[in-house]
Design a binder for this molecule. Structure first.
Ligand code: GAP
Length: 515
């Protein structure tokens, strides 16, 4: 063992007891995520990604793209699936959004408080209604914790227990009932306005989109529209045959009424979407297939699968285009005892191709070359927010560990970690640094690695723990004698010696391991 040996972690893989404010603070301190326009006081619902956040995001993006497009899964017939990628424009002809149903149907019920001018989403406000009909009802923000509920009940209802109340959400109540409701941030009943439908698309003004007069267009609220608009182009220009998929990764924009929970719900974000085109008779089979694939992918990037939950979205709660949806949900630090949506898997039927065919007047039917059947294929769509995936992996990785100087470490899987390894000369002594530099110069050809020379070794380990670097390779006096280095494992702080010329292969093997 090298002299840099530390004691074993007291709480390896400790369950997360993490608070969002610790994650937000780490993100700022170490350069994962910054508030957008911070020096101007910020802008609600927008965030910037710093040096490490950008690396982490690119890694997640590349792993998704590889799993979908570069090396797509093996299908039920033992052959690799056919999936190709596109990169379509963010602004499309506005008719596209009429056809997709977004101009009429992409709405959230929004209301205001006349007293505080605060704005809420009706389905995100829960209301406690006295079971015996006596006294006011109390409204709370969806994320209100038990203490806040108890405190307001104490102040506004003389500490009446929660069990004296029925719970519902504001959107389920008739407006007449609002006179008796105390809003989430007030003390008097009757200040909430009637909910009205609020379109979530962000529009652009002053663009001559169609070549004539300036018309209003929209920043895309989902990337899949660009896939449907190019369905015929892809079929005509490549050799794909149904069943096949088209994938796209890119920016999406939504005028969320209440952006919140750090980067969970933002107004600008990135999405990773696959539209899988298949015959309608096979759609239920492909739905199950993609559900299994998505779980496998989450496991491959190191997510704690015990924190996931799968919600079969009931009739009436699904998006206008969906015949069936399963939400893959995760227990975020702000989810309390529940879960929040991480990814959606939808069976969109042939809704989109039917609509775009009708609105554009262009035939989009596929002709099966074997049976000569002409039809509009059904679509199965796994759709994941890239930035939400990043938040999920940040929350999942944050591990409190009082037994080490940093008090925590980020348990990133090596494949997603922004830095795969750090090369640390034990001291700034002359013979440690050149050997470390040589190792670094070899490794940087293949991996994102850090060479860190300054400060004492404990402080350098602490920094790497905070940014989630899985391995630290330390060069010490023994390195010159026998060409070995120590590997320090981030999670356990255990150390072992390996040959310097095995380091690259060691990292490669660890990147592929599935926990
Ligand atoms: N094309 C289907 C579609 O857009 P969605 O459920 O509205 O479906 C897909 O969005 C995914 O995009 C969600 O599961 C979530 O991961 C992410 N997402 C949605 N709204 C978001 C927002 N405002 N901020 C960040 N991510 C968001």
């Amino acid at each position: 063992m090298a002299q840099t040996q530390e004691k074993e972690s007291q709480t390896p893989n400790a369950p997360t007891t993490v608070d969002m404010k610790d994650i937000v603070s780490l993100c700022k301190r170490r350069g994962f995520v910054f508030p957008a326009s911070e020096i101007y006081g910020g802008i609600n619902g927008f965030w910037d990604y710093g040096p490490l956040g950008t690396e982490l995001k690119n890694n997640i993006r590349d792993l998704w793209w590889k799993a979908m497009v570069v090396t797509p899964p093996i299908g039920p017939d033992g052959q690799p699936l056919q999936i190709v990628g596109v990169d379509s424009a963010i602004i499309q002809n506005p008719r596209c959004w009429e056809a997709s149903g977004h101009i009429d149907g992409f709405n959230d019920p929004m209301l205001d408080c006349k007293e505080t001018q605060k704005r809420y989403r009706a389905d995100h406000v829960f209301v406690l209604i006295p079971r015996n009909g006596e006294g006011p009802s109390l409204a709370f923000d969806k994320d209100a914790e038990d203490d806040e509920v108890a405190q307001r009940l104490k102040k506004l209802a003389r500490g009446r227990p929660k069990s004296d109340y029925n719970r519902t959400t504001l959107d389920k109540l008739p407006f007449e009932a609002f006179v008796n409701i105390i809003g989430p941030d007030t003390k008097t009943p009757g200040t909430l306005t009637k909910p009205r439908q609020f379109n979530m698309m962000i529009s652009t003004g002053g663009l001559s989109v169609t070549g004539g007069e300036e018309t209003k267009s929209y920043l895309r609220p989902e990337t899949c529209a660009g896939i449907f608009l190019n369905f015929k182009n892809v079929v005509d220009s490549s050799r794909v045959k149904v069943p096949f998929g088209i994938a796209q990764i890119g920016k999406m924009f939504r005028n969320e009424v209440t952006p919140r929970n750090f980067i969970f719900r933002t107004r600008e974000f990135e999405g990773m979407e696959l539209e899988w085109f298949c015959h309608k008779d096979e759609a239920p089979m492909w739905f199950e297939f993609w559900f299994e694939q998505r779980k496998k992918w989450w496991q491959s990037v190191g997510l704690d699968m015990t924190r996931l939950h799968y919600l079969e979205v009931p009739d009436g709660d699904r998006a206008h285009y969906s015949q069936r949806t399963i939400d893959i949900e995760y227990r975020f630090p702000f989810s309390g005892e529940g879960y929040d949506e991480l990814e959606g898997l939808a069976h969109r039927g042939n809704f989109d191709l039917t609509q775009h065919q009708a609105f554009s007047g262009t035939k989009l039917e596929y002709m099966d070359p074997v049976t000569n059947e002409r039809y509009l294929p059904d679509v199965i769509e796994p759709s994941l927010g890239l930035t939400r995936a990043l938040l999920t992996l940040l929350c999942d990785a944050y591990t409190v560990d009082p037994g080490r100087p940093s008090g925590m470490y980020m348990n990133f899987h090596p494949s997603v970690a922004p830095k795969k390894a750090a090369i640390l000369p034990l001291t700034a002594k002359e013979d440690h640094v050149p050997l470390a530099t040589k190792l670094y110069m070899d490794l940087r050809e293949h991996y994102a690695v850090d060479l860190d020379i300054k400060q004492n070794i404990g402080k350098r380990y602490a920094r790497q723990d905070e940014i989630g670097t899985p391995f630290c390779f330390t060069i010490d006096d023994q390195t010159r004698a026998d060409q070995t280095v120590t590997v320090r494992h981030r999670n356990t702080m255990r150390q072992e010696r390996i040959g310097m010329d095995h380091v690259a292969a060691y990292i490669a093997a660890e990147m592929k391991k599935i926990s």
